[in-house]
Ligand binder design. Structure first.
Ligand SMILES: C[S@@+](CC[C@H](N)C(=O)[O-])C[C@H]1O[C@@H](n2cnc3c(N)ncnc32)[C@H](O)[C@@H]1O
Length: 454
């Protein structure tokens, strides 16, 4: 990272807290002003020793931005005042540290003042000091005023709260609260190689205890997150990082040995690996994605897992030239979506999505589902899944296919009996974000044999 220090900056080297706040302010600005995802913003070169702390402050600030910004930014206001985007981000990062961290307030304010200088905002250093000190003095009153509004209290945009209210009126507050929690680190165990019980024992012996996740036979949660390199057998592919709700997709489609299976939106390959492991024997898996760069990550994942699939770089659509014309026994369509079920893992979604995005996603999802249908054999299974909790991207898309294709019929969940984490959506089933995992939607369809195809 370049220092960006001006001639008037203090001679002493910046401390850790200063570097963390400056790094987080840059990343938050990249999300808010350039529309980058938090992952992309945090992929920029950062001070290595501070990387974990910069990640934590950035994600925390993005998580609470829509509550903190209306409390702290009005304190800047002077008629006609133009403020630098990095200054606004720095103030909200500072307010986040004052409100949600255990650091001494005076240390945070001093670090924010130094961070302003470090970012080349020397003339704003006094302002940062004044605004954050006033926020400290008045924060109870300032936040109480913000918290009168439900959306601001939970740091969500109004339009999303209204969409969630319309879809899940009884669960609204629990969804909003779950979206602001720190998600646990969850693992998928390749149970064809080691049982969950045996892997839990290895974890305990390794000093990284975990526990099995009910209703998802391959999943466990770690008590405390650790770097993957410290997980026994990670490099050898015995375990992968994956939320239980994402794992459920492969268990639901339940590929069987010998089947021809299509993973239709495969990258970066989390569910590709899960499908190969769930089959319990060899399957002919085609993993397709329209994004060449992301497809390389599927290859990396498969290499680590020691598994094989045919990788295809192509967009799903009419007249697929990558297809030999032999229909698939099973298809997973894990469609691109708003990600409104995984906000706890990606808080930037609250700031990046716009209300109009939902209809655009729905139109794309409908087209992808229609493109998959001719590829499925009569009697085969197609699982449509998203990590959205909005019906427009889920039940409405599947209902559209069921209406358009008289040979399409919905299948019940695996085992026929839905577990308590699944809510019926007619068609399909929804998991809401919470203790059981991320928010995910699933609808399993079959093509009736002998029916007329359109
Ligand atoms: C939700 S992600 C898939 C995640 C993946 N299944 C996993 O578990 O790791 C959706 C993917 O759909 C891909 N995609 C979007 N439009 C597509 C299209 N027309 N054809 C094929 N893939 C597409 C995107 O590149 C993205 O990788």
């Amino acid at each position: 990272m370049r220092a960006g220090r001006s001639a008037h900056a203090p001679a002493r080297p910046p401390g850790t807290a200063t570097l963390v706040l400056a790094g987080a302010a840059r990343a938050v600005t990249a999300v808010l002003d350039e529309g980058l995802s938090a992952d992309a913003a945090l992929a920029a070169p950062l001070h290595e020793p501070q990387r974990a702390a910069i990640n934590a402050v950035t994600l925390g600030t993005l998580r609470w931005y829509l509550r903190l910004a209306p409390a702290v930014l009005p304190l800047l206001a002077r008629p006609g005042m133009q403020t630098d985007a990095r200054l606004r981000s720095l103030l909200v990062c500072g307010a986040h540290q004052l409100e949600y961290s255990a650091h001494a307030p005076s240390t945070t304010v001093a670090a924010a003042v130094d961070a302003a200088r470090y970012l080349g905002l020397d003339r704003a250093a006094g302002l940062v000091n004044a605004v954050l000190r006033r926020f400290l003095r008045e924060r109870d009153t300032l936040l109480a005023a913000v918290d009168r509004n439900l959306a601001a209290r939970h740091a969500h945009p109004d339009w999303l709260v209204e969409a969630l209210r319309a879809a899940w009126p009884d669960e609204l507050e629990s969804i909003l609260a779950a979206n602001n929690t720190h998600p646990p680190l969850c693992l998928r165990v390749d149970t064809s190689r080691i049982s969950i019980a045996d892997y839990l024992q290895e974890l305990a012996a390794n000093g990284t205890p975990g526990e099995a996740v009910p209703a998802v036979a391959t999943a466990l949660t770690l008590a405390v997150p650790v770097p993957v390199a410290l997980l026994p057998g990670f490099e050898a592919g015995r375990v992968s990082v994956q939320d239980p709700s994402a794992q459920l997709a492969a268990l639901w489609l339940a590929p069987r040995p010998g089947e021809r299976v299509l993973d239709a939106c495969a990258a970066p390959g989390g569910k590709t690996g899960a499908l190969l492991e769930a089959a319990g024997g060899p399957i002919a898996l085609t993993a397709l994605d329209s994004d060449a760069e992301r497809l390389t990550r599927v290859a990396d994942n498969l290499r680590r897992l020691g598994r094989e699939a045919r990788l295809v770089h192509a967009g799903l659509g009419a007249a697929p030239d990558w297809w030999d014309g032999v229909p698939f026994d099973a298809i997973l369509l894990d469609a691109p979506c708003s990600g409104t079920g995984v906000i706890r893992r990606h808080p930037d979604i609250k700031l990046l999505r716009r209300p109009g995005d939902i209809a655009e996603f729905a139109a794309r999802q409908g087209a992808l589902l229609r493109a998959c249908w001719p590829l499925l054999r009569p009697g085969g299974r197609l699982l449509y899944a998203t990590c959205s909790v909005l019906p427009a991207e889920n039940a409405a898309v599947v209902a559209g296919l069921l209406t358009a294709q008289p040979d399409a019929r919905e299948l019940p969940p695996p085992g026929g009996v839905p577990d308590a984490t699944l809510r019926p959506c007619f068609p399909g089933w929804q998991r809401l974000p919470g203790a059981a995992g991320d928010g995910f939607y699933y609808a399993c369809l079959t093509k009736e044999e002998g029916a007329l195809q359109r």
